[in-house]
Design a protein around this ligand. Structure first.
Ligand code: BES
Ligand code: MG
Ligand code: ZN
Length: 466
């Protein structure tokens, strides 16, 4: 989408002017005196704060798309004159992110209509009466577009069917997309993972015909500083394995690599914004399938740090691949490790589809991330990782189990997964775990198209910048 600043109305006659109206019941398209307008409903019951403003900006695009309008013209001053908007926030960035994200739709498997796709091609912002800094606004808009284009790229990858984006195909795709960037790729094949005893990853992938891959991406623009390591779950399809998911729970499990997609997208943004940072991205990529060679319930797996894990449930696979990745991450002597994963259905039960579950024992880091979550729109909510939970997975047949065998299904299982991961980063303080299962798909009320939501990219980018 093309976003441009213009001085006055009237230059672009073919654009539809956007008006805001508190009186109407529903946003609408109308013609008056031979001109075309989009009237956007604003509910004054709820004063517009930043959260509501993001939705408002997206709803402009959704209304335009529903009416087949390709070019819009908005008075920037009208759009930002709400008393509950924070003047210090980069509204240009937030606006650009909102409209780009609202414009995206997954169309890979759809036939193009004769008169083309209905999306918005251009937004002109009138800044005649804008008292703020115009060149700063331009920069903010640009940055917002760079970020949201990568959010949409993460959504695209997540939406692709499991069969069309296997671990090998994901590797090919990444090699293609990093061409011409400062990002370097290294892929550990199964033989190398065997040598490194990364048996968690190997065990999860062993039931699939598809070869597992451990993808390592490096971006080195931060001189001698220690790297930030981002770990993203890359289960390209999660059938549950031998403990197979019943219908319809498998239907969205092509998106079980959303964590991997988000860390990849974040790294691409870092490159495009030329961040002066050292960042390493780790994506354990596997397919979790039932077959004669699958890992079995009751198997015991020796992980890369020597801990024996009893398999209580083959569908609790994400934590197994992340554990090996976290062990690997610590060897890189990082300043911080963040893992991000569509890890538990229980987090969706707890939070619905509106917030990522955040877990860490580092209170400073938690506070920082929560603040940035609010600022970027990638909302999070913290769950505890208390010592009291450690016992829940101790014992069984190995040192620890991959589920809490003493609890009813689902009971506290987001925290169980967090505590499981903690067992592999015990000695490392600056670690944070984000369970993005609640944000894997868009919420019905957030004015985004159905399907993958591209969680936490905006948040991670901001965290890297700080
Ligand atoms: N990928 C799923 C979690 C998931 C569920 C993500 C729904 C997004 C939406 C994960 O691998 C899984 O299957 N978790 C199990 C763990 C259980 C067996 C302890 C779950 O949450 O049911
Ligand atoms: Mg699973
Ligand atoms: Zn999974």
């Amino acid at each position: 989408m093309n976003i441009k600043l213009i001085d006055e109305l009237g230059k672009s006659v073919e654009s539809v002017q956007v008006l805001f109206n508190k009186e109407i019941k529903q946003s609408r398209f109308l013609q008056k005196n031979g001109k075309e307008f989009l009237e956007i409903k604003i509910s004054d019951k709820n004063k517009i704060n930043q959260r509501k403003w993001i939705i408002l900006c997206r709803s402009i695009i959704q209304t335009a798309k529903a009416n087949g309008i390709k070019k819009l013209i908005i008075n920037w001053n009208d759009l930002i004159s709400f008393e509950n908007l924070n003047e210090k926030a980069s509204l240009g960035k937030i606006f650009a992110e909102a409209v780009e994200m609202a414009n995206y739709e997954f169309r890979k498997y759809k036939k193009k209509p004769k008169d083309g796709w209905q999306d918005v091609a251009e937004v002109l912002l009138i800044t005649k009466n804008f008292k703020g800094n115009k060149s700063q606004l331009k920069r903010d808009l640009q940055e917002g577009q760079v970020i949201s284009q990568q959010v949409n790229y993460a959504r695209e990858l997540s939406n692709i069917s499991g069969g069309d984006l296997t671990p090998s195909k994901l590797v090919q795709e990444i090699k293609k997309v990093i061409k011409g960037t400062k990002i370097k790729i290294k892929v550990l094949e199964e033989v190398e993972m065997k040598r490194k005893k990364m048996n968690g990853i190997l065990a999860v992938g062993q039931g699939s015909k598809e070869k597992s891959k451990f993808i390592i991406l490096e971006y080195r623009q931060g001189g001698k500083e220690k790297p930030v390591v981002l770990v993203g779950k890359g289960v390209t399809f999660d059938s549950g394995g031998i403990d197979t998911k019943p219908h319809p729970h498998g239907l969205e499990m092509m998106m079980d690599m959303s964590g991997g997609a988000s860390v990849l997208a974040t790294l691409l943004v870092a490159d495009k914004l030329s961040l002066q940072k050292n960042i390493t991205v780790l994506i354990p990529a596997v397919e979790n399938m039932p077959s004669g060679s699958s890992m079995r319930p009751g198997d015991v797996i020796k992980m890369s740090n020597g801990v024996n894990v009893g398999i209580g449930h083959t569908d609790a696979e994400g934590r197994l691949i992340l554990a090996d990745a976290l062990v690997y991450a610590q060897k890189l002597k990082p300043q911080m490790i963040i893992d991000i994963a569509t890890l538990t259905g229980a987090s969706v039960v707890a939070l619905g589809t509106k917030a990522t579950a955040l877990m860490t024992r580092d209170n400073d880091l938690a506070n920082k991330v929560e603040e940035l979550a609010e600022a970027t729109g990638d909302y999070t909510w913290r769950l505890p990782l208390w010592e009291e939970y450690e016992n829940d997975i101790v014992g069984s047949r190995g040192d620890i189990s991959n589920i809490n065998t003493k609890a009813k299904p689902g009971e506290g299982s987001t925290i169980t997964a967090g505590i499981f991961l903690w067992n592999f980063v015990k000695d490392f303080e600056r670690w944070i775990h984000l369970d993005i299962a609640p944000r894997m798909t868009a919420d019905a009320n957030e004015q985004l198209s159905k399907g993958a939501a591209g969680p936490a990219v905006r948040l991670l980018v901001e965290l890297l910048k700080k």
